[in-house]
Write a protein that binds this ligand. Structure first.
Ligand SMILES: [Fe+2]
Length: 180
């Protein structure tokens, strides 16, 4: 199922490699987080991969973001995965760990990408948790990466530092695919 979703997205976003890379980054983070929380890795991966499927159609209509994806994949993708997708823009309540993980790691991937691009080496392999944490504290840096949403990870019972570490390491493991 994961590879099927991957092919659908690759085709849909063949002219928007940044968005495709973003979805790969969120998938990787979700995989690392599922492992940490002892949850279903493939389900969490698919949630990360598919979460912005309808981005192009809904970017000016945020209340529909996620809902179009749910309508399209209902009956094809498991309901709990689709719930996380629908909850990630904050339109409906987050009810479980998968919902919360997706909500918080989505903006964190943006912060990690921006941190890497301003690192002297511009290579994610040289970025450490402290570097990202310092960027986190600079409110005006990558302001689009909402700090409150990232910090919401603590409601899962994990520290911000550990959360960043898992996501950073997950993204390092796919650095070639995401061009970092
Ligand atoms: Fe996203």
């Amino acid at each position: 199922m994961r590879n099927k979703i991957y092919d659908i997205l690759k085709e849909k976003y063949k002219n928007n490699s940044n968005l495709f890379k973003h979805m790969l980054a969120v998938e990787a983070c979700m995989s690392g987080l599922a492992e940490y929380f002892n949850e279903n890795i493939e389900k969490w991966q698919i949630a990360g991969l598919i979460h912005d499927y309808d981005y192009l159609e809904t970017k000016d209509n945020i209340e529909k973001h996620g809902k179009l994806t749910v309508n399209k994949f209902k009956g094809i993708i498991d309901d709990d995965i689709l719930h996380a997708v629908e909850a990630h823009p904050g339109n409906i309540a987050r009810e479980n760990l998968m919902d919360k993980a997706l909500f918080s790691c989505d903006p964190l991937t943006g912060l990690i990408v921006a941190s890497t691009l301003m690192h002297p080496t511009r290579k994610i392999e040289n970025v450490d948790v402290k570097f990202v944490l310092n960027r986190f504290k600079e409110k005006r840096f990558a302001a689009g990466a909402d700090r409150d949403s990232i910090k919401d990870c603590e409601t899962m019972g994990i520290s911000l530092k550990d959360f960043i570490e898992i996501c950073l390491n997950s993204m390092k493991a796919i650095s070639k695919e995401i061009g970092l």
